[in-house]
Write a protein that binds this ligand. Structure first.
Ligand SMILES: Nc1nc2c(c(=O)[nH]1)N[C@H]1C(S)=C(S)[C@@H](COP(=O)(O)OP(=O)(O)OC[C@H]3O[C@@H](n4cnc5c(=O)[nH]c(N)nc54)[C@H](O)[C@@H]3O)O[C@H]1N2
Ligand SMILES: Nc1nc2c(c(=O)[nH]1)N[C@H]1C(S)=C(S)[C@@H](COP(=O)(O)OP(=O)(O)OC[C@H]3O[C@@H](n4cnc5c(=O)[nH]c(N)nc54)[C@H](O)[C@@H]3O)O[C@H]1N2
Ligand SMILES: [Mo]
Length: 762
């Protein structure tokens, strides 16, 4: 066999020749979303299978959507409790296409890496364990036993357990996550980075320090009584489409909805409920009553402006009682706001004083406000400040511990919140470690482990030699793709537990192993019979999930079984009985993790159960003083040189993170292309460019230039000085050493770039 591919070859960077640009859509949902859901489902699954699978999606006895973490309504689930993008996520997993050993014999790793992400994910489900030997050009089949032996051998050979890293993506079930963290800690390390490090880590850290909890403080019912909902840095129409129904119901009640986003996202303009007659025929419901087109990274300035206006002009709206009784730091906070200049606020946010006053008046009137946010706030250097300004705003009006009000970080992966509850965290608390240690009679390692960025840096420096990923696509999801590729290629062994082929299978350590696992939609038959798993949604509801489809291959194993296999080969532990009956895993969870007591009984109740929530239920803040804390943040202006822009990286309507479903970003009117840079028409003209031009995007950080080739310029309604590109194509530009202070989240939403025109061959 020929020599392996060159590790520096990452992915195709070719210009999208068939790119078509149309007008952004005026409403979300409606007939087109039904059409797309049906077409995609039937294409991947066939009609009969599609009907069967979608009928079980998000039903009480069915499986949890592998898409987003938005909760299911408690008492009014419709027969089709899913959305267009949930249907795509399911089609992607329940596809009838298969990747077999012949496929890997046909394509070398180098050939595979010349294909697009879309092509890779379209090849079907992985069906058997595969092994890439050192210097081999092709993956070859390997038995489960041999694969486990190789992994166990490599882990046992390391001089210290801290030379291994164990990543998790947030789709992993509670049961698998709990076993995984247990194995890793028994092995002797806390090197448990997860996708959360790149996602809502900033939210958790910001809230923990101010309100003493890392989780949101609202439940779905609260949306029924809110009179004002702020959606900031989040695109629910694409990423949490079921939230649009919640917003629609609120809008119909007359609730004010404020969208704060550099882009006027279609999903926040109008919504046509696909399951209502009016949703097919009518104009749809107006959602956002106010749209504030803040500059990228202008949120601290904007939020401070809103609060300054409230404190100065609407002082009577402050909840003085609540502030007195439940908070500290108000005086310094108010003094700082009074000193802040409007000039600085307007320059930092890009929003006029008049519009800030208008929004402030709406918020000041609110008796019950919910603030929802996602990645638009968490992936900046000052992400913690962003989120703490939201907390300040909520505290001002006393929007905690009352119905219809609170903080709502909208989680991404369907069980990312549950994974953290189960102990997937590189910085576990001493109490958590004590509980695990007591239950399993060992001394867990106390030293904090590597987060995602630290793990990449350690691999790059040669200090980590074995990398194991329970799901996800580490190479493409992380920042600085070229740097991360080098980091992974310096490992001796990289292991991916996966359902579908992705780029992390192609950029590997000296040796690599793919372990194919069952997905959410599939039947999980173990010694004691059919098993279900549990997950926790974005609002702390724990419920069961059970797939019914026959597995994509007889060789697939469940994630708990795979973890147990690795643990057995590494530590000699026998977890067969736990894997044979997940109730036994849940019994351990119930004893180790507060809030999960009596898990087996409670999760069998219809719809599951809600975790206790001190802040929401009793204004009991978990800070040392038991009070919520007002915080002060200076407005930081990014250093943007002449001809430079602040670039944010976003998701299209046709992808799930690094999985590309298709080439259409329907709501934004972008078709058949992903290598695009959305830009204000005046900036295009000022750069002497025209829409459609081909450019390289070059990022600038601490004197280092990084280049992403062959993008096309698209004129778009985005504030001047800002541009937007898609994740993951633009990840090569995100510097590994640029991250949020206090959470180490890569700054994927504020990258300083310039554009260089490239000549296109005729
Ligand atoms: N279909 C689908 N569903 C998904 C996902 C998916 O890829 N596809 N991903 C899942 C995951 S893991 C997550 S974390 C969530 C992500 O959900 P989102 O956070 O909604 O995803 P992004 O596309 O990153 O969108 C961020 C939004 O913030 C805006 N924005 C960008 N920069 C700024 C800024 O500086 N300030 C403000 N105020 N806004 C800004 C963008 O215009 C965009 O509307 O979705 C989850 N659900
Ligand atoms: N520039 C930029 N970078 C970003 C972001 C951004 O907004 N901008 N967002 C960040 C965010 S919020 C996140 S959460 C991360 C996402 O990071 P990851 O979670 O690592 O990435 P995904 O693309 O969700 O992972 C997809 C892969 O998961 C595997 N998979 C799917 N289902 C299952 C399953 O049931 N079990 C197992 N074992 N594997 C499965 C499939 O093989 C699939 O190829 O990316 C981050 N990266
Ligand atoms: Mo995420």
């Amino acid at each position: 066999m020929s020599k392996r591919r060159k590790p520096e070859f990452l992915s195709p960077e070719t210009l999208d020749k068939n790119l078509r640009i149309g007008e952004p859509a005026q409403s979300a949902g409606g007939l087109s979303s039904v059409k797309v859901a049906i077409t995609m489902s039937v294409e991947h699954m066939g009609l009969a299978r599609a009907v069967k699978v979608l009928g079980q999606l998000n039903q009480k006895d069915g499986f949890d959507c592998p898409g987003c973490a938005w909760p299911d309504p408690e008492d009014h689930r419709s027969i089709a409790e899913f959305c267009e993008n949930g249907a795509k996520a399911v089609a992607e997993e329940a596809t009838r296409k298969r990747i077999t050993a012949e496929f890997f014999a046909r394509y070398s790793v180098e050939e595979l890496s010349r294909h697009s992400d879309h092509w890779l994910s379209q090849q079907g489900r992985l069906t058997q364990p595969m092994y890439l030997a050192e210097d081999a050009s092709h993956y070859q089949p390997i038995s489960w036993q041999d694969a486990f032996a190789k992994i166990g051998g490599a882990l046992k050979a390391l001089p210290s357990p801290n030379h291994a890293v164990f990543y998790t993506s947030g789709r992993t079930s509670n049961e698998a996550a709990f076993l995984y963290q247990l194995f890793v800690r028994l092995y002797g390390t806390n090197n448990l980075p997860d996708c959360s490090n790149m996602c809502h880590e900033s939210s958790g850290q910001a809230m923990m320090r101010t309100i003493g909890t890392g989780k949101g403080t609202v439940s779905l019912n609260d949306f029924d009584s809110a009179d004002c909902i702020v959606v900031i840095g989040q695109n629910p129409g694409t990423n949490h489409p079921r939230m649009l129904r919640t917003l629609q119901q609120a809008a119909r009640r007359g609730c004010q909805i404020i969208s704060i986003n550099p882009l006027a996202e279609t999903g926040l303009k109008r919504f046509k409920h696909p399951q209502e007659v009016g949703g097919i025929l009518g104009k749809g419901t107006l959602l956002a009553t106010h749209h504030v087109p803040v500059k990228v990274n202008g949120d601290v300035a904007l939020l401070k402006g809103i609060q300054k206006a409230i404190v100065q002009q609407h002082a009577s709206s402050l909840h003085a009682d609540f502030i007195d009784r439940n908070t500290e730091g108000f005086e310094q906070y108010r003094d700082d706001l009074l000193k802040e200049s409007w000039e600085n606020i307007v320059r930092g946010s890009g929003i006029s004083e008049a519009q800030i006053h208008e929004v402030a008046a709406v918020i000041a009137r609110s008796k019950a406000m919910i603030c929802c946010w996602a990645m638009g706030l968490t992936q900046h250097r000052n992400a913690i400040a962003n989120i703490q300004e939201i907390i300040n705003l909520l505290l001002l009006g006393g929007h905690f511990g009352r119905p219809g009000a609170g903080a709502c970080p909208v989680r991404g992966h369907s069980n990312v919140q549950g994974d953290r509850s189960m102990g997937i965290w590189e910085r576990p608390t001493p109490e958590f470690l004590r509980n695990v240690g007591n239950e399993f009679h060992f001394n867990p390692p106390q030293e904090h482990g590597f987060s995602t960025i630290e793990a990449i840096q350690a691999m790059h420096a040669g200090a980590v030699k074995v990398f194991v990923a329970l799901g996800g696509n580490f190479l493409s999801a992380t920042p600085d793709t070229a740097f991360t590729a080098k980091a992974l290629s310096r490992c001796d062994l990289t292991v991916q537990v996966s359902t579908k082929l992705n780029r992390s299978h192609l950029v590997t350590g000296a040796c690599a192993i793919i372990l194919p696992c069952l997905g959410r939609t599939e039947r999980d038959l173990q010694a004691a019979g059919d098993q279900f798993v549990t997950v926790e949604n974005s609002m702390g509801v724990v419920h069961s999930s059970q797939g019914k489809l026959e597995p994509a291959s007889q060789l697939l194993r469940s994630e708990p079984a795979i973890v147990a296999g690795i643990a057995n080969a590494t530590l000699g532990v026998d977890w067969n009985s736990l894997v044979g009956n997940y109730d036994l895993i849940r019994d351990h969870i119930a004893r180790v993790i507060p809030g999960f007591e009596n898990l087996n009984a409670r999760v069998r109740q219809s719809g599951g159960f809600e975790l206790p929530h001190e802040v929401r239920d009793s204004n009991n803040f978990g800070t040392p003083s038991k009070k919520a804390i007002f915080t002060v943040h200076a407005i930081a202006h990014l250093e943007v040189g002449p001809d430079q822009f602040v670039m944010t990286t976003i998701r299209s309507h046709d992808q799930y993170n690094t999985t590309i479903y298709g080439m259409q970003d329907r709501y934004r009117g972008i078709d058949q292309g992903r290598r695009v840079v959305l830009m204000n028409p005046q900036d295009i003209a000022a750069q002497r460019l025209v829409a459609g031009d081909a450019v390289d995007v070059v990022s600038h950080f601490r004197g280092v230039r990084r280049r992403a080739r062959n993008f096309r310029v698209v004129a778009y309604d985005i504030p001047r000085g800002c541009v937007a590109t898609y994740f993951p194509e633009a990840n090569v530009l995100v510097p590994i050493d640029s991250f949020a202070e206090g959470s180490l989240t890569p700054t994927s939403k504020s990258v300083i770039v310039s554009l260089e025109r490239v000549a296109v061959a005729p």
